[in-house]
Design a binder for this molecule. Structure first.
Ligand code: NAP
Length: 253
């Protein structure tokens, strides 16, 4: 029987590439995003016999998180893989000393609270599921290089992603006894709508040799890493993260 993968924030960008890759890998796919699906035909998802469901819902809202899990279970009966990918940048890049509480709350409500509490509901669902191939489920959090790298003009984003790293650790610890595995992927600079507003800055950083692998990352680079974790190749591993950042994490002298 096909397994089911739920990917948040998957109408476009990194999440969309993850959804297409997991469809290729043989999962049924649930795509969540903040907006309606519109007239997208989702041809990239409807491959390899993947059945799929689109759920509009805001992961920062409790009722929407409940709805996302409920509709997934109604259609597919299980959540075998959850990818917490939905994320936002601050609307304004403001210096740390000028950051507003409103922006802090806004960014953390999606990036941190959404991830924390959707995982809570999904994990409770996974716990009810049978163990198949040594696991009840796999959870993959898309954090960021910003979990560990300071950007003082978007501190709320860094804080929100550092918190995702800790919630990965916490859930990995708690869920290990339930045969549920939890991983984190830290993307570097990936070409999507999110980075389009700062593409000149990143083009220059790439030219300046800041990233050992001197190119933009692609959504597919992240999807490939998700595919490896979701495929159950790391079952004596939980709570780990991988940098998919062109080697940006390497400290140089
Ligand atoms: P993106 O192109 O801006 O796409 C974001 C997706 O998330 C969209 O589908 C959006 O829905 C959805 N979304 C936003 N808020 C949501 C909410 N409250 N509830 C549900 N869905 C929501 O972003 P991306 O670059 O693909 O980023 C994906 C993830 O990777 C984010 O967590 C981001 O922080 C992380 N990341 C990105 C980069 C990068 O360089 N791009 C680097 C490090 C980490 P709609 O389409 O309906 O608007």
């Amino acid at each position: 029987m096909k397994q089911t993968a739920l990917i948040t924030g998957a109408r476009r960008g990194i999440g969309r590439a993850i959804a297409a890759q997991l469809a290729k890998d043989g999962f049924n796919i649930v795509i969540n995003a903040a907006s309606p699906a519109g007239n997208d035909a989702f041809e990239d998802i409807k491959q390899n016999g993947a059945d799929f469901l689109y759920i509009q819902g805001d992961v920062s809202k409790s009722a929407d998180r409940e709805k996302i899990v409920k509709l997934t279970i109604e259609k597919f009966k299980s959540i075998d893989v959850l990818v917490n990918n939905a994320g936002i940048a601050p609307k304004v890049r403001a210096d740390l000393l000028d950051m507003s509480e409103e922006s802090f709350d806004y960014v953390l409500s999606v990036n941190t609270k959404g991830n924390m509490f959707l995982t809570q509901i999904a994990a409770k669902q996974m716990i009810k599921q049978e163990i198949v191939n040594k696991r009840r489920g796999i959870i993959i959090n898309i954090s960021s290089a910003s979990s560990a790298v300071s950007s003082t003009n978007r501190g709320e984003y860094c804080i929100s992603k550092a918190a995702v790293s800790m919630l990965t650790t916490l859930y990995a610890d708690r869920l290990s006894r339930e045969s549920i595995f939890v991983y984190e992927i830290r993307p570097g600079v990936i070409k999507t709508d999110m980075t389009s507003v700062v593409s000149e800055k990143y083009n220059q950083l790439i030219k300046d040799g800041v990233f050992p692998i001197a190119r933009w990352g692609t959504p597919q680079d992240i999807a490939d890493a998700v595919s490896a974790f979701a495929g159950g190749k790391f079952l004596y591993t939980t709570g780990n993260f991988i940098d998919v950042d062109g080697g940006f994490h390497i400290r140089r002298l």
